[in-house]
Design a protein around this ligand. Sequence first.
Ligand SMILES: Nc1nc2c([nH]c(=O)n2[C@H]2C[C@H](O)[C@@H](COP(=O)(O)OP(=O)(O)OP(=O)(O)O)O2)c(=O)[nH]1
Length: 131
Amino acid sequence: MKKHIYVVGAVIIENEKILCVQRGQNQLLALKWEFPGGKIETGETPEEALRREVSEEMNCMVQVGEQIDETVHEYDFGIVHLSTYYCKLLNGTPTLSEHEEMRWLFPNELLSLDWAPADIPTVQKLYNITN
Ligand SMILES: Nc1nc2c([nH]c(=O)n2[C@H]2C[C@H](O)[C@@H](COP(=O)(O)OP(=O)(O)OP(=O)(O)O)O2)c(=O)[nH]1
């Protein structure tokens, strides 16, 4: 049986642009684009997991707002339950550590990237809200 993986993703918006990050070459879903975030650890709320992951990966603090979407996607390595949330930068400037690249894009530019499949519903929602 495939394992269930519970993941949170941060949709960080600054000056109407959204922060998009590209996974590393040697990771699962290599070079796919995603939102900063990661697996929820035991005992954490989704909001706590997001604040921790964004701080670890992007070296900045976010305030977590409303949930955008919740999707379940079956990959060959497991079943990912992805919850995405609007986030606002509190302090620090997002900087790359684990990711290959980062880009700030307007919602109508998001579909130009090659997203991790679980992210498509969120990306589509963000696109629809502004178009
Ligand atoms: N962070 C993140 N992961 C995503 C997104 N979409 C998506 O399918 N995933 C998948 C990729 C991974 O299989 C899983 C998250 O694992 P991860 O490797 O980024 O998280 P992590 O830092 O907690 O994990 P680890 O390397 O410590 O094991 O969810 C997304 O938008 N953001």
